[in-house]
Design a protein around this ligand. Sequence first.
Ligand code: DMJ
Length: 795
Amino acid sequence: MLFLGFTKWILASLWLFQGILGYGIDANEALGLRNLTRELFYHGYSNYLDLAFPLDELAPLSCKGLGPDFKDSHNLGVNDVRGNYLLTLIDTIDTLVVLNDTEGFHEAVRKVIQHLTFETDTKVQLFEATIRILGGLLSGHVFASDPQYGFQLPGYNNELLTLATELGERLLIAFRTPTKIPFARINLMKGVSSKETNESCSAGASSLVLEFSMLSILSGNPEFRKAAENAFFAIWNRRSSIGLLGNSIDVMSGNWIYPVSGIGAGIDSFYEYAFKSYILLDDIRFLQVWEESLSNIRQYMSSTEDYYYQNVYASSGTTATYWVDSLGAYFPGLLVLAGELESAKKSHLYYFSIYMKYGQIPERFNFHTKTIELQGYPLRPEFAESTYYLYRATKDPFYLEVGKIILKNIEKNLRTSCGFASLDNLQTGVRSDRMESFFLSETLKYLYLLFDESNIFHSKFQDFLFTTEGHLLPINTLTHKAVNSYKRQHPGTCLLNPDENYAEPSFFSKIASREDFDYVFEMVESSHQHVVDGIIDPNGICARPRVADVVEILYGNVLLPPFKSTERSMNQIYVPTLIGNRIRLIKYIDNEYYRIFKIGNQRAGDNDTVYLTDPNYAMFMSLQTLHTPTVSAHLVSVNTKEEAYSEFLHVHEGTFEEPLQLPLAFLNTSLCNKLPFSLTPGVAYIAPTGDCSWLQQAKNAQKAGLLLLLDQDPRTNKTKLMQESPSSYFFGLIKPYVPPTIHLDSNQSFVLQWGNITVQKVQKDAPCYFQNSLIENFYVCETCFDERDYLINRN
Ligand code: DMJ
């Protein structure tokens, strides 16, 4: 009861924000949200200073300070980050700059100078010490020292840089391994213990380049950059034959310990630092790593068209786990930075749909069972971070709305009397007494920037880069010169999609009106009616569509409901009958073509293919049916609703009434790898058993052009359906129907083309007759369109 109760409560609170998506947030409201973010920040920060400082973290339920767990050295979740070194203060230092709080910033710098010492007997994680402490100190130094930004501290004598250099020197010891891959943990006072584990995660060992390079640039000592760079490439050079990194590695031998690849926990910031190091240092080698990585991510990890990315075995690229983690929500932001805007939007939508399902993004969400695997929410920033990047790139008000939902949810559900609590279990609402430093360093920083259009980092000082902990590092000739010998301009690389590079704020959401908006929610089995409802203005005050550009075609008796509804399977739409089905078309920008944007109840996007499967028109199929061995087949397509692995594959109801007559061909390679050739239409193929999952084989078969998947071995009659890997299946390909296209010819007549069948022209507003009389009573009218339908499509 409690379980459901809390979820409902969260969702109920989200309902407060319904009805506004798509109307935009005006400047006043954005200002209000910015100020609310500011208020939340100071609630957390002042309480930290009053109740916790100089300890590392604030305990938001017991209202006290927290340092390392000295009693239990194995408590890594705590000891990896709390080094007894003013963690929250240092991590927060440049958020004060972003908030334009000069006095607060100066006060913070003075406190650090007065209290910080690294002569402390604590063992910390190299990565955490680097991104939170070193990053914070370096960023603080840049603003305290350089007058051009307006935050210079009077009397400042490079103390933060001196402290950063001291920390860097202590950390350098961890890099002394035969592989140059650093140990994951180091005692600040004593160095690396002889009993220290050899295991380090890839992200932890490799994503140190930004901070260490900046330290070299500012201190003049090249050793820091060299060490971090060696570690980065030592990890990269151990990628598998298909270009994938493992999750954790033995720093002494260089052998992978957990050879599973992904974009989330354990590897995440490797990719981030590949691309960002290229930006900061203008070093082409990092760009090459990023480009190769992205291509491999897309090939092996991307599920269902870039909406989410799964963990795969590094050696084979086959599925290893069935969850996405909340850390992976940074990836859309990184994709934006790298100019991959379309993929970024999709991936962000996927996380958004999870967010709306639970009112937070759980640590792990199982994309197969569509349930939570790890229940916590420790105030992480990644989703807000990506939302921020996407807003800067698109200026789509949808992202402001998302930010507003995140912010209000934090305020309503996570605020305590002295700070902000994490959630131990986001479904029961059980809280934990912890406010990680990244909440002030990143989560609220990104939200503040999201709402603060006039922030100096959006105008005068755009040449800054956020580290993985959200610390601001300047990009300038100094950083670019640091690796002069590699400096090269890479042709064809841009930071943003050129189309949207100069995005202006808009009142309407393009994102919320995408045709895949519902689809992504279905992928995670989330209800979002309250979101969609808000897209459409019930009072009709939205921009009006161009009426004449939308037409509707009705077949047969329009009073009859469709006999069977149209069905979507991924990017294919099956239309079981034309009778009574409405097809809506919208004019292309070039004014020559109409594109179908809705068929029956299905919205059709640019990448969709429409298949008419109306048995009345079976003649078309028989024209292409070939003869020889008989194979019984089930029609299989992609579907998101069924059980088991059927988010990818779904057996349509009923087999073909008549067994298909198809020539058989045998493949000598399994479908575990992508076929190097395309399958021939009209031929059924038998593939040998592969040792990867059935799902993987089916996906590869689909890429090769498969329309039908046979679940039955015609020789043994053995049916193996919907089982997990590895198993033997048979794949066939036939193209009994080809997609119809409709366009307007030079005489302003509609033309329906259906494969190589001769089609008749159809006069507008007149009944039409096809040559073979298969389609009767074809009507076109210009006015029967529904404004709502138009508004939820993107034209
Ligand atoms: C932050 O400390 C950093 O963003 C890091 O890269 C991983 N994620 C945490 C917050 O979730």
